[in-house]
Design a protein around this ligand. Sequence first.
Ligand code: NAD
Length: 317
Amino acid sequence: MSLKEGKSKKIDGRLFAQEYLEKVLIPRCKIFKEVYKKLPKLSTILVGENPASESYLKLKGKFFTKLCVKSEVFRLPKETTEEELLEFINKQNNNDQIDGILVQVPLPSHINEDTIAESIAPSKDVEGLSPGNVHSWAKSLPNLVPATALGVLALLKYYKITIEGKHVVVVGRSMIVGKPVAHLLLKENATVTMCHSKSKPLEEYTRQADILIAAVGRPHLIKKGMIKDGAIVVDVGINFEDGKMMGDVDYDDLLETASYITPVPGGSGPATVCMLVSNLLLAFELNQAKRNEERLDCLRDYYGNYDTIGESGFCIG
Ligand code: NAD
């Protein structure tokens, strides 16, 4: 694919999600009913209130109704202490009825997000942020990787965008998006530059990108003149201004310049939800496989190659 194809093509996260649901998740769900005779259950924990978290929850809720996923949301008051939250998570770590635990960030400032991420049992850590899982993705070993990062990769692959040899610029270096995206794209043989709040002037870096990933949390930070002609732009940002959701990228401003671009909403969000479910199913199946190394490898490959899978009985028996 040539980078410059005239007008931009929308990277449609909803289209991807629909296809991923039909071709991958729903067929795989049969396994849970027929083979395991149990449905995977996700626990989502929210402390206090946040509009981005609420929008993500709504999206997930709608999606889960079409799937074999049981989901329970626990809303804790914003005054919850770190110790209380740790105790709550510990109970869920030891609860056999729960297969995946997700603590929605941002957390109130008196709670240390790293401490919380580290307290989740690695086998239930569907966000891929516990130390064992971070070690795996930092070493490019297949395992539980943060869903938003997986979603970015899945969208690029869905649109058959060549990654190898490309210069990717990631704006934002968080553990939940920026860093895992960079690792996933390095694994795909891209050259990756990471930018953050001290990368100045930012446009000097972003203009070099063949593929630009924005994961900042600043509405419309990336504007006209900040990308090169034909660049591919993936906007992970979810921001709210006057109740309106908007990304980190000024979509309308870049439409003429980018060759591919994600909208917000309808871009990275739906792909993240797909990958979260994929992580939940993988977590459940890794647990079922216990010490059967051959099956564990098979499962990691199966879920890791999400752009090509579809055989529902794969890695069973
Ligand atoms: P974060 O606050 O943890 O990290 C933001 C990063 O942006 C930091 O590394 C910081 O250095 C960098 N940054 C801040 N200001 C900058 C500037 N002016 N120039 C360059 N870099 C700057 O945020 P996060 O958790 O990584 O989330 C980022 C965005 O992605 C948020 O809008 C969040 O809501 C969204 N998000 C979306 C999804 C999804 O599914 N689409 C999932 C998770 C997060």
